[in-house]
Design a protein around this ligand. Structure first.
Ligand code: UDP
Length: 331
């Protein structure tokens, strides 16, 4: 049995590959290398440079490698970019996923795990951690493109022998605690990555987008989950499907929020570097506060997070920034 990881040369995908290897799984990585890096694929893992929208190629790969489950990460992930270029998101996240789902059905792959997002909720109508049965009202093409894929998976599963887990990520951050992979994306926009780059002297300053929100310190609040805990949620999801589970949708987060200013304080404290921070206007599409109710994942799949610690998230991300300097020099 082989697990196919799409986007396996990217940030979360490359952590998933290590999680699977740690559990002695056989893995095939498919990535088009638009944002991923071939060097992040561990030696010994089959790597195929391909686009997941290329349905005949994907059908050939699924059959050739005897794939029993697909863990689907490949896609575009930047909310502000999705507002400027929505069709890119509907192509990469929705259209291409449609072809991959059909490839799975045509080749008899019965297990599908999909990387979705808290952005499917839009702005919560209630305060506090948000549960899976909340209204789905995405406020960006990114969120809509992921929600459309959730619906395709649900409908395809009702009509075919395809079982699925949909995981809605809150803010994924940090890097592999053994230093084997990390977040390497150039031109990063995500908060902890940006702050760690500033702390590592890779950028002269960073901006805080909005300090006039209706929150305690005026900046946005997010639920940051360590990437090692997140990929472990996928591993328990894989076992759920292999043990006969049929359909499951759950939030991935710690149910605890930190503000943007809290995060920057943590990065300054852990790095010991008081980098320059400039407060600017709100960023389009940002939701003031978003935290996960993750009871469903904890109780139904018995997922137990091990790294619910902002300083640990930050220190692992800082370590990776240092390591990237040596990787880039030798690449
Ligand atoms: N943010 C910020 N400065 C940055 C990057 C992000 O102030 O350089 C804020 C952003 O406005 C949002 C929060 O950090 O309120 C999380 O943004 P991110 O892009 O990391 O993830 P998102 O929640 O949009 O998926």
């Amino acid at each position: 049995m082989t697990v196919m990881v799409t986007g396996g040369a990217g940030y979360i995908g490359s952590h998933m590959v290590w999680e699977l290897l740690d559990h002695n799984e056989k893995v095939v990585v498919v990535d088009n290398l638009v944002t991923g890096f071939e060097w992040s694929v561990p030696s010994g893992v089959t790597f195929v440079k391909a686009d997941i929208g290329d349905q005949s190629k994907m059908e050939a790969l699924l059959s050739e490698h005897n794939v029993d489950a697909i863990i689907h990460f490949a896609g575009s992930v930047v909310v502000p970019e999705s507002l400027e270029d929505p069709l890119k998101y509907y192509r990469n996240n929705t259209g291409n996923s449609r072809n991959l789902i059909e490839a799975a059905i045509n080749t008899g792959v019965k297990r599908f795990i999909f990387s979705s997002t808290a952005a499917v909720y839009g702005e919560p109508l209630t305060t506090g951690p948000i549960a899976e049965n909340a209204i789905l009202n995405p406020m960006s093409p990114y969120g809509t493109s992921k929600l459309m894929t959730e619906l395709m998976i649900r409908d395809a599963s009702a009509a075919h022998d395809l079982h699925y887990v949909i995981l809605r990520y809150f803010n994924v951050a940090g890097c592999d605690l053994e230093g084997r992979t990390g977040q390497s994306t150039a031109g990063a926009t995500h908060l902890i990555k940006v702050a760690c780059e500033a702390a590592a002297g890779k950028r002269p300053m960073m901006k805080v987008f909005g300090t006039d929100y209706d929150t305690e310190d005026g900046s946005c609040i997010r639920d940051f989950i360590h990437v090692n805990d997140l990929v472990n949620a996928h591993y328990v999801a894989l076992n759920f499907l292999r043990n006969g589970g049929q359909k499951f949708t759950a939030n991935c987060g710690y149910s605890r929020g930190y503000s943007v200013l809290d995060v920057i304080k943590a990065v300054k404290r852990v790095s010991g570097n008081d980098f320059r921070v400039v407060k600017t206007d709100r960023r389009a599409g940002d939701i003031p506060a978003l935290t996960a109710n993750s009871n469903r994942l904890r109780t139904r799949l018995e997922w137990e997070p091990k790294h619910d610690d902002l300083d640990l998230i930050v220190s692992s991300a800082l370590e990776w920034e240092k390591k990237l300097l040596t990787i880039r020099k030798s690449a």
